[in-house]
Design a protein around this ligand. Structure first.
Ligand code: FPP
Length: 246
């Protein structure tokens, strides 16, 4: 077996367990999200420092609107606060911010903060930090299909030898390689409609640790586990070993 000792280029995370972390401490759910934001900042820093190139975080799914209004508004306020406070940090640390999802559903102030942060950091390339907000993997695939139809480009899908690459170019994260490592905290073992196209060949790591307790040591554990995986992409172990010799 040939194991893969490389650092993942792209890590995607479902940051789950904020609510249960808060309940276990008899705190309101919003405290769990606030503590979750601290974990987010420390994981972003760590990824930047160790040389991960892409980090994609699921902050708010298209389905999260169904939560109590008070919780939705506390999440929106956190998003506003972090953008107001951390833009300069992102700029100076070389972090390029991307936001994927339908942000037109957010209030206009949040939309404008997102646009400013994305534009101010667009020349950075130390770490590409993507926040998925009002995002869903099925929405992503549908918006790609709609864009192709809108542009009267449906013929490309039947006429072109490169129809796969062309389709991918319409997805929200077309500019990034697919995630190598997917992490989900909080004990559930599902994708929950996150990057469902892009995760086809990712290594999937599930941990019971709640997101607010997910620290840099937990990240190192996940990366160590990833490095022990053999990534075959449909090939056999023998073929991979032969490839190494060649
Ligand atoms: C899932 O935990 C977490 C979320 C829906 C929100 C994630 C948000 C943050 C980590 C902080 C804010 C981030 C930004 C970018 C503003 P859950 O609430 O579903 O936890 P539970 O499953 O224990 O109820």
């Amino acid at each position: 077996m040939s194991i893969n000792l490389e650092l993942p280029k792209h890590i995607a995370i479902v940051m789950d367990g904020n609510g249960r972390w808060a309940s276990s401490k008899f705190l309101p759910r919003s405290s769990g999200h606030l503590k979750g934001l601290r974990s987010l900042i420390s994981i972003v820093n760590k990824c930047k420092d160790i040389g991960v190139s892409y980090l994609t975080l699921f902050a708010f799914s298209s389905e999260n609107w169904k939560r109590p209004a008070e919780e939705v508004s506390s999440l929106m306020n956190l998003f506003v606060n972090v953008l107001e406070k951390e833009i300069n940090y992102l700029v100076t640390e070389g972090i390029c911010l991307h936001v994927i999802g339908d942000i037109t559903a957010f209030d206009s102030y949040l939309q404008s903060l997102i646009k400013i942060a994305v534009s101010k950091t667009s020349a950075n390339n130390k770490l590409h930090l993507t926040i998925a907000a009002n995002y869903g993997g099925r929405w992503d695939i549908l918006q790609a299909v709609r864009s192709i139809l809108d542009q009267n480009n449906s013929s490309i899908l039947s006429n072109c030898d490169n129809d796969y690459d062309l389709f991918v170019s319409y997805l929200s994260m077309s500019w990034a390689p697919d995630p190598d490592l997917f992490i989900r905290t909080g004990g559930e073992s599902r994708l929950s409609n996150f990057l469902i196209w892009q995760l086809a060949y990712s290594e999937l790591y599930f941990t019971d640790v709640y997101w607010p307790d997910f620290n840099t040591i937990e990240l190192e554990k996940a990366i160590k586990w990833y490095k022990s995986r053999e990534r075959r992409f449909g090939k056999t172990s023998e073929q991979l070993l032969d490839g190494c010799k060649g």
